[in-house]
Design a protein around this ligand. Structure first.
Ligand code: NAI
Ligand code: MG
Length: 482
């Protein structure tokens, strides 16, 4: 296994592929069949320290001296290289994450699109002039933080690299990326493409390893000026605590329990594919997955029946077979999901999909499950499961719909399905959520659309132009010239 010809046991530090300092390695497993894929570096605090100082050096020298236009052209070159390697990147993501090939391909396209978007945005990020007292000229400068640390999860490595590294590089930062120990082949491949795009040495460094080791070292480093993290709530808390020691800003994207609200006047047939896909895409291992389907009582039976029909045709199988769902990322994730399923014993099981008969024994497969219930405080209606599990809940009127939709500690994504324009506007205001979709869900995942949460879903915004503000700091310049 040599992603884009490189040795996956290496880290990219200061423009070179190097062995981890302690000579230790982790095993990468193919979740579709449980077989060993390859060894990856078990990066340590020492590797992180080297990566951070390489990033600092790049920032203080060649990379820090680039113009916005030059950065834009580096990113455009990366976009071309990504697209030239679409098939290989999709295959790597598919076998590593367990993602059906079509979904992995879509992630490659998204990664390229992030590079394209931030290539286009790099030279459009500017400050303002501020009218002030007589004799002054005042303006603001948008400046990079310096060195940014990026800790990403295994569910969408390419998409999260795109939104996080793409925006940070465009803004002029040098980056240290710690991919997830479960899946990091495309992070390594991306690093190789950055080398091929001739980004100055140290501009992008990639150190695989365990969260508690390499990840924690990155969040404690005094050489890091900003941290962006996508992953679990508990690790997000720890990262925010570590960053507090050095007063470093953090962007946290911690998942959700996102609702879709189906009103009595909804176009149910248009809604059904969105209701289901938002729950089963990437086997439900999606931060913006929709796990709660709230339905007005007058349409409840109809929605239940139509979702159930779709569920009974859903099949999970090997990622390269490209079915509706692949396996979960690991046996550990499968265990987490199965433990949740046991807690749904008191709910009504409306429908269960199937596992392909040829799915290998050693794969981490879970059939998708649609539950129904009335208790919004049920653990399955409150906690992020991160598996293909959705729950239907009925409501009686708009007020109750809002109350139920907002009745978790999360606030990442929400949608409402209604033809009533006034209600659409009311719901958009009342839903506690970083994104609200009206008569759709996810809007195709557009890279242009700012994304992030409130409550336990985290804070800060990624994606779109907005992300560039998070990856920069603002300087005010006031000149007294008389
Ligand atoms: P996790 O939060 O432990 O892992 C995400 C990343 O954080 C990985 O790169 C990991 O190495 C790193 N990490 C772990 N501990 C760290 C630490 N102490 N300091 C710095 N970095 C650290 O998530 P995990 O264990 O893979 O999944 C558990 C649950 O987390 C899932 O079931 C799901 O509910 C949630 N999750 C949410 C994601 C999202 O997209 N919002 C993504 C992945 C997981
Ligand atoms: Mg963990």
């Amino acid at each position: 296994m040599k992603p884009l010809g490189i040795d996956p046991q290496h880290c990219l530090i200061d423009g070179e592929w190097v062995s981890p300092a302690n000579g230790e390695y982790l095993q990468l497993v193919n979740p579709s069949d449980g077989t060993h894929l390859c060894e990856i570096a078990r990066g340590s605090a020492e590797d992180i320290a080297r990566a951070v100082s390489a990033a600092r050096k790049a920032y203080d020298t060649e990379w820090g001296a680039t113009t916005a236009l030059q950065r834009s052209r580096y990113l455009a070159r990366l976009k071309d290289l990504i697209l030239q390697n679409t098939d290989e990147l999709a295959r790597l993501e598919s076998i590593d994450v367990g993602k059906p090939l079509t979904q992995a391909r879509a992630d490659v396209i998204a990664l390229a699109r992030y590079m394209e978007f931030y290539a286009g945005a790099a030279d459009k990020l500017h400050g303002q002039t501020i009218p002030y007292l007589d004799g002054y000229t005042v303006y603001t400068l948008r400046e990079p933080h310096g060195v940014t640390g990026h800790i990403i999860p295994w569910n969408y490595p390419m998409q999260i690299i795109g939104r996080s590294i793409g925006a940070s590089l465009a803004a002029g930062n040098a980056c240290v990326l710690k991919p997830a120990e479960e899946a990091c082949l495309t992070a390594l491949a991306f690093a190789e493409l950055a080398r091929q795009a001739e980004l100055p040495a140290g501009t992008l460094n990639v150190v695989p390893g365990l969260g508690a080791e390499a990840g924690a070292a990155l969040t404690r480093s005094k050489g890091v000026d900003h941290i962006s993290f996508t992953g679990s709530v508990n690790v997000g808390k720890e990262i925010q605590r570590n960053a507090a020691e050095n007063i470093v800003p953090v962007t946290l994207e911690l998942g959700g329990k996102s609702p879709q609200v189906v009103f009595d006047d909804a176009d149910v047939d248009a809604a059904i594919p969105f209701l289901v896909n938002a729950g089963i895409q990437n086997a439900g291992q999606t931060c913006s997955a929709s796990s709660r389907i709230l339905v007005h009582k007058s349409r409840y039976d109809e929605v239940t029946e139509k979702m159930a029909a779709r569920y009974s045709s859903l099949v999970a199988g090997p990622a390269l077979k490209d079915l509706d769902l692949g396996p979960l990322v690991s046996q550990r994730q499968k265990q987490i999901v199965e433990d949740y399923l046991k807690q749904g014993a008191d709910l009504q099981t409306v429908a269960v999909g199937s596992i392909h008969p040829e799915a290998p024994e050693g794969g981490a497969y879970t059939a998708p499950v649609l539950f129904a219930g009335t208790q919004s405080d049920h653990i399955l209606a409150q906690q992020e499961i991160f598996g293909p599990v959705q729950m239907l809940l009925p409501f009686h009127d708009e007020d109750e719909a809002v109350t139920l939709a907002n009745a978790t500690d999360f606030g990442l994504v929400a949608s409402c399905w209604t033809r009533d324009g006034a209600r659409q506007m009311r719901m958009a205001k009342k839903l506690r959520s970083g994104q609200v979709f009206i008569n759709n869900y996810g809007a195709g995942g557009g890279v242009e659309l700012p994304f992030g949460g409130s409550g336990l879903s985290g804070h800060g915004r990624e994606k779109g132009f907005e992300a560039l503000y998070g990856f920069t700091t603002l300087k005010t310049v006031a000149a007294l010239h008389g």
